[in-house]
Design a protein around this ligand. Structure first.
Ligand code: TYD
Length: 130
């Protein structure tokens, strides 16, 4: 669980940020999804995964992400398009305080599988042994 600042390949035409699977993110990227048009008072996430690791980048606008390993919660500001946040498996995540223009891009290590989700917080605490 840490923020990484990626190099911006900026020049007179504009900006470009490249993220390589298994290099800039510590997994092979099997799935990409993005969240936008989110209401500021409507948090998303509120779950953990058994296996899936995720890498979150607010490519436009800003949001906050609170990660919780069962012992401590840390809130990260995703407010630059070249900042990424790794959410490991078995970490509870809540995305919140979305700006109206936020586009939150998520790179995931696994294909979508509902059985990989832990959607109940007490179940999550049991799984992580707390
Ligand atoms: P959900 O996981 O509830 O979103 P969030 O946790 O961000 O609030 O997903 C919303 C819906 O989208 C739900 O019906 C599952 C579906 N979905 C997919 O089909 N594929 C995906 O990769 C994701 C992330 C969600």
């Amino acid at each position: 669980m840490s923020l990484t600042e990626h190099r911006i390949l900026g020049e007179h035409r504009g900006q470009l940020v490249a993220i390589e699977g298994q290099q800039d993110v510590p997994f092979e990227v099997k799935r990409v999804f993005y969240i936008y048009g989110t209401q500021p008072d409507a948090p998303r996430g509120n779950h953990s995964h058994h296996q899936t690791r995720q890498y979150l980048i607010s490519v436009n606008g800003s949001c906050k992400v609170t990660l919780d390993d069962g012992k401590q919660k840390v809130t990260y500001d995703l407010n630059q398009p070249n900042i990424g946040l790794l959410q490991d498996a078995l970490v509870w995540g809540v995305m919140h305080d979305f700006s109206a223009d936020c586009v939150l891009l998520v790179l995931a290590s696994e294909h979508y599988d509902e059985s990989d989700y832990i959607r109940n917080y007490n179940d999550f605490l049991k799984v992580v042994g707390i």
